[in-house]
Write a protein that binds this ligand. Sequence first.
Ligand SMILES: [Zn+2]
Length: 109
Amino acid sequence: MPAVTRKCIVQSCTNNSKDNPTKIFLTVPKDENRRNDWIRALNLIKITDNGRYTVCEDHFDLEKDSTNWMFYKIMGKKLMLKSDVVPHKNLEIATTTIGSQLTDSEKKT
Ligand SMILES: [Zn+2]
């Protein structure tokens, strides 16, 4: 598999899989309706093509937003989002706020 760097498409977010290898990156749904929901939620005007886009875990509450969080954590299964979930956290354009939310997953070694 070629090493593709995944980038978060949220405008105010700079996470990518190279700088943040422990972060989870979720693929924007291929289904057109779901994809449009995501685009609206993210305030993105253009994702017009069918390319592969990802949003990082910072914009979800994955423990609640996924259907199999425990399986994912314990057994390393592919994480499945609930069918009506869209990115909903940390979506504002960052202007003056810093370090609003720290989670366990951000602890560095
Ligand atoms: Zn992000």
